[in-house]
Every structure is written in structure tokens, then in C-alpha cells.
Design a binder for this molecule. Structure first.
Ligand code: HEC
Ligand code: HEC
Length: 342
């Protein structure tokens, strides 16, 4: 199919009219790679959610809640603890550590929140369809923030500035529910997107990637990585795992995918910033992760040199983070339920 597409393209456009860059660009598109759109209307049509449309007051409120550790039972853990926006949107440890220093019971690694809006499913087993729903999980999970819904609503509604912020975001009659708190955090997350040199290239600037990055991109496609790492996220869909052989750290933790053994393909955006890799954080070096992918997913050996080349390409997926001003959070009141270390 791909061969046909390329052949057709050459026939229609004429090879002499195309430079090598144009060919690589067309090839990337024919392999299903897509840029973050550089025009705001197209971008908004992808990241917006009609159930809770993006607005500035919501982004600001969602940002405060994202950074507010009072959404956790202990008063110490925020979303940013494990999805640190200064650390590529992840935490840099193999398995997440939450309430009372609990290690994730399945030894799961925290995925990055950057560009998670482009995922078609959230969580390693894809059990959540979108960000507004997803955010309800970690707040309540015993091994993460361990806060019952009522505690979270009581904390937020005891703080007059938050009540004001909700009115500004949703109108004077807003009812502050647990679902609304999660949803507005989701609105903030939908803005966490990071355009990169790779996007500039796919959007038509042929000088945005250097020759080594271009060679790595070509190899990435030739090896078959784009079978699963495609679309805007270069991932984000459910795919079979251990297609050709067993993952060498399969026994670390007990995760085995969804009920069909499928695993959410992680985005490769900002991958150079989010070691360790794989669902259980078993691999620390990017080149080793690339070689492991070759053997377990494609049944091929990727040489050290090839892995290096692909890693150079993956480096071009490190994107520009929007500047996030650390929010000053509104003070608790005498009615705010106290933190608890139990
Ligand atoms: C204790 C660490 C921890 C905290 C705190 C935490 N998370 Fe997570 N997050 C994780 C782990 C681990 C996963 C993967 C869990 C799974 O797949 O079952 C995850 C998954 C996610 C995902 C899915 C991303 C993807 O690519 O599948 C998003 C989005 C996310 N968290 C956002 C949040 C938000 C928003 C908060 C705050 C309300 C939060 N997280 C709090 C550790 C944490
Ligand atoms: C058949 C689908 C498929 C193919 C082909 C594939 N991958 Fe993956 N990739 C996945 C899945 C699924 C995961 C998550 C596996 C896990 O952690 O359980 C993953 C994980 C990764 C990771 C770790 C990401 C992270 O954040 O932990 C990297 C890096 C990666 N792949 C690169 C590649 C490269 C490079 C190729 C080509 C040599 C490739 N993949 C081919 C599906 C695929």
C-alpha cells in the first residue's frame, strides 16, 4: 500500500520536480506521520472538547488545581508531583510513588502529560477515553493522591477564591462537583502541547531538521516503527505488545495490558526527556529502548549505529514548552479539611 502511494506520487508530481526533502516529507505523510497543526483553528478543532470548551478562566483555574497538593489526602501530592512540567511532564522514576510513599502496585511508570490530548486512549491499558475522565482516577487512587471525592469538593469549596474562580469560569450558578474539578484540570492539560522542529519540517520548512535527523526519520519509517507510532502523537493508540518476542523486563510488576493484551502506545514526543521507558520504567537508555522495540515488536535486530540514528531523530521531537508561571494558590480557611497522613 505504501509502495503504491509513493509510486503514484512520483508518477503524478514527477521526480525531477521534487527535492530529497520534499520526498522525505511526502514519505512521512504517507507513513501516517502528522504535525501539530500550525494554524490555530485546525489545532483548536483537535484539542477542544465541546463538553467543556477551552477558555482562559478555565485554563488558569485548571492550572492552579493541577499544582494544588490540597487535592490529595496528605496535602502534599499534586498532579505535578508525578507529572512534573519542569521534567518533561513525568517524574523520572521507574514506578510512580504516591500517598504514604506507596510505589505503584503494578510498578507502572508515569507517562508524560505533555501532548496527552492527542492520545486516543489514556492510561497504559487505555481504560479512560479522555482527560476530563482520566483526572478523576489519580485523585482517588490509594497509591496516588488517596482523596475521596467529598474531601476534594469540601477542600475546594472551603476556599473562597476557588469558588470565585469557578464562577468566572462556568458562570454564577456553577455547582462545584468532583467531576467539574477533574474536567477543568483536563482543560488545562489540553493546552500542554509542544511543537518541535519535527513539526516545522512536516509543516513545510525543509531546513527545520538537519541531515542526521532526516536520516533518522527515514530509518524510523523504514524499520516499521510508524506502524504503531504514527499520527500527531506518534502513538496514543492501543497496539499489541510483545508481537515478536518477550520484553526483557516483562516480570517487573504485573501489568499485561488490557483484556486483549493491548497496550497504549506512548507518544514519542519529548521522549529524550522522559526516561525511564516502558510501562514499568525498566529501561533507562533511549537507544536500548529502540533496540528492544525492534526485537519485541518487529522481530528485527537494530544495530547500535541504527539505534543512534533513530535516537537523533527522536531528539527532534523535543518540543517547545509554553512558559508556565507557577501559580500562587489561594489560602485555606478554618473550614478547609485538614491534611491527613493516614
Ligand atoms: C503518584 C503519581 C501520580 C499522580 C499524583 C498523578 N499521576 Fe497521572 N499517572 C500516574 C501513573 C503511574 C499513570 C499511569 C497509570 C496507569 O496507566 O494505570 C498516570 C497516567 C496519567 C495520564 C494518562 C497519560 C497517558 O499517556 O496515558 C494522565 C493524563 C495523567 N496521569 C494526569 C494526571 C493528573 C491530571 C493528575 C492530578 C489530578 C495526576 N495524573 C496525578 C502517576 C500519577
Ligand atoms: C506493534 C506496535 C509497535 C511498533 C512496531 C513499535 N512500537 Fe514502540 N511502543 C509500542 C508500545 C505498545 C509501547 C509501550 C510498551 C510498554 O511499555 O508496555 C512502545 C514503547 C516505545 C518506547 C518507549 C516509550 C516510553 O515512553 O516509555 C519507545 C522509545 C519506542 N516504543 C520506540 C519505537 C521504535 C523506535 C520503533 C521502531 C524500531 C517502535 N517503537 C516500534 C508499540 C510499537
Amino acid at each position: 500500500m505504501r509502495l503504491i502511494t509513493n509510486a503514484l506520487l512520483l508518477a503524478v508530481v514527477g521526480i525531477s520536480a521534487l527535492g530529497a526533502e520534499d520526498l522525505l516529507l511526502e514519505k512521512a505523510k504517507s507513513y501516517g506521520l502528522e504535525p501539530i497543526p500550525n494554524d490555530i483553528d485546525t489545532l483548536m478543532s483537535i484539542i477542544n472538547d465541546k463538553n467543556d470548551p477551552i477558555s482562559y478562566p478555565k485554563i488558569e483555574l485548571g492550572k492552579k488545581l493541577y499544582f494544588d497538593p490540597r487535592l490529595s489526602k496528605s496535602g502534599l501530592i499534586s498532579c505535578n508531583t508525578c507529572h512534573n512540567l519542569a521534567l518533561g511532564g513525568a517524574d523520572g522514576v521507574s514506578a510512580a510513588i504516591g500517598h504514604k510513599w506507596t510505589i505503584n502496585p503494578h510498578h507502572l511508570n508515569s507517562p508524560t502529560v505533555f501532548n496527552s490530548v492527542f492520545n486516543q486512549a489514556q492510561f497504559w491499558d487505555g481504560r479512560s477515553p479522555h482527560l476530563a475522565d482520566q483526572a478523576q482516577g489519580p485523585i482517588q487512587a490509594d497509591a496516588e493522591m488517596a482523596a475521596p471525592q467529598k474531601l476534594v469538593v469540601d477542600r475546594v469549596t472551603s476556599i473562597p477564591q476557588y469558588v470565585e474562580d469557578f464562577k468566572k469560569a462556568y458562570g454564577a450558578n456553577v455547582k462545584i462537583t468532583f467531576e467539574k474539578i477533574a474536567s477543568v484540570i483536563g482543560v488545562f492539560e489540553r493546552t500542554l502541547i509542544t511543537p518541535s522542529p519535527y513539526d516545522d519540517f512536516l509543516n513545510g520548512n525543509e531546513n527545520a531538521l538537519n541531515s542526521k535527523e532526516k536520516a533518522g526519520l527515514d530509518l524510523f519509517m523504514e524499520k516499521g516503527c510508524t506502524a504503531c507510532h504514527n499520527g500527531i502523537a506518534l502513538g496514543g493508540t492501543m497496539q499489541p505488545f510483545q508481537v515478536a518476542s518477550q520484553y526483557k523486563f516483562a516480570s517487573l510488576g504485573d501489568f499485561s495490558g488490557d483484556e486483549n493484551g493491548m497496550v497504549k502506545t506512548p507518544t514519542l514526543r519529548n521522549i529524550a526527556e522522559t526516561a525511564p521507558y516502558f510501562h514499568n520504567g525498566g529501561i533507562w537508555e533511549l537507544e536500548e529502548a529502540i533496540q528492544e522495540m525492534g526485537s519485541i515488536q518487529l522481530g528485527i535486530d537494530i544495530s547500535d549505529k541504527e539505534a543512534k540514528s533513530i535516537a537523533v531523530f527522536l531528539g527532534s521531537l523535543t518540543g517547545k514548552k509554553s512558559q508556565i508561571i507557577y501559580p500562587v494558590l489561594p489560602p485555606s480557611t478554618k473550614n478547609t479539611p485538614k491534611p491527613s497522613a493516614d
